[in-house]
Design a protein. Structure first.
Length: 311
């Protein structure tokens, strides 16, 4: 609990504090990094404790109040976050997280008539914090992103979201429709988790052997590689596109750093790899896979976005 908050103890307080992990998962999907998400959650609790006791007693459902406030704070911060990312050194990527970090925190009401009819447009609990989805969320406006996360991931009704984004319920539905359009454009044919992991293991094997022909076979022709060094680590300043360019980039890295090792980790995108150089954690690789092969490779080298992974 923040030091400036009162140290009261009650069943009501316990229930409010029990929402912290869910709030963090909500804010992470809104903001894309754990540090920004922590700031949102901190400010949400500060506002709760600034309420008069009478005001708190009048809140029928504290969990819903916390979600609304966290969403408004996220909406306000997204504009400034986007401006900061325009001056970011190199490419900015969302923060990769372990597969089970936010397990069980989202609620998707599959029987809701408001949800997209096309199953491909629905967000499952498995991919709700994936890099594949988070990068799509970055292309949305702040209002679209907040609406999408609240409704399609957390099941908040549109009439409640309308009060958060300052639109009518009808306009909020349109925001959700526009957000789903972004998701649809950013998705290819899905593959099973087993197929995803098989392709990723083949990627690792070819890279470790230095076999460019085998590597080319597991890369989609239009594969894209994005590297986030945050200005702390030398990284590719622009997107690397095409299987030949991506394969040669990885071959060059392995030649220059022969001590580099790839260690398996379960990520929100499926199988991924921690990169170790002479025993020290160096980065993490995550992948998006379609029936054509690896379509996206995300390499996180920014140490600030690696704190949630073991050393």
């Amino acid at each position: 609990m923040p030091e400036d908050l009162p140290a009261e103890k009650s069943p009501a307080l316990d229930s409010v504090m029990a929402e912290r992990h869910r709030l963090l998962s909500l804010a992470f999907r809104m903001m894309g990094t754990l540090a920004d998400a922590e700031d949102v959650v901190q400010e949400t609790y500060v506002r709760w404790y600034r309420l008069e006791p009478r005001e708190r007693d009048e809140i029928a459902t504290p969990a819903a109040w916390l979600i609304r406030v966290a969403s408004r704070i996220s909406l306000d911060l997204l504009g400034s976050a986007r401006a900061r990312r325009e001056t970011y050194v190199g490419q900015w990527l969302p923060e990769p997280v372990p597969a089970d970090l936010f397990a069980g925190t989202a609620i998707t009401p599959l029987n809701s008539s408001d949800l997209a009819a096309d199953p491909l447009e629905r967000v499952t609990l498995d991919d709700a914090v994936s890099m594949a989805l988070l990068t799509v969320l970055e292309a949305m406006t702040p209002a679209e992103r907040v609406t999408f996360v609240l409704h399609d991931v957390f099941g908040v009704p549109f009439d409640e979201i309308a009060g958060v984004v300052g639109r009518s319920a009808a306009a909020t539905r349109q925001l959700a429709t526009s957000a789903r359009r972004h998701v649809r454009r950013g998705r290819r044919a899905r593959v099973s988790p087993r197929q995803h992991d098989e392709v990723v293991r083949a990627f690792r094997g070819a890279t470790a052997r230095g076999d460019i022909e085998d590597l080319l076979r597991v890369l989609a022709p239009d594969v894209e590689l994005r590297v986030d060094g945050g200005g702390f680590v030398n990284a590719a300043p622009r997107v690397i596109r095409g299987s030949d360019h991506v394969a040669r980039w990885f071959m060059g890295v392995m030649r220059k750093q022969p001590a580099l090792r790839l260690e398996r980790r379960d990520t929100a995108d499926g199988l991924g790899y921690i990169l170790r150089n002479e025993g020290l954690r160096y980065g993490i690789l995550t992948f998006d896979v379609s029936d054509e092969g690896v379509t996206n490779v995300w390499l996180m080298l920014n140490p600030i976005k690696l704190t949630n992974w073991s050393l």
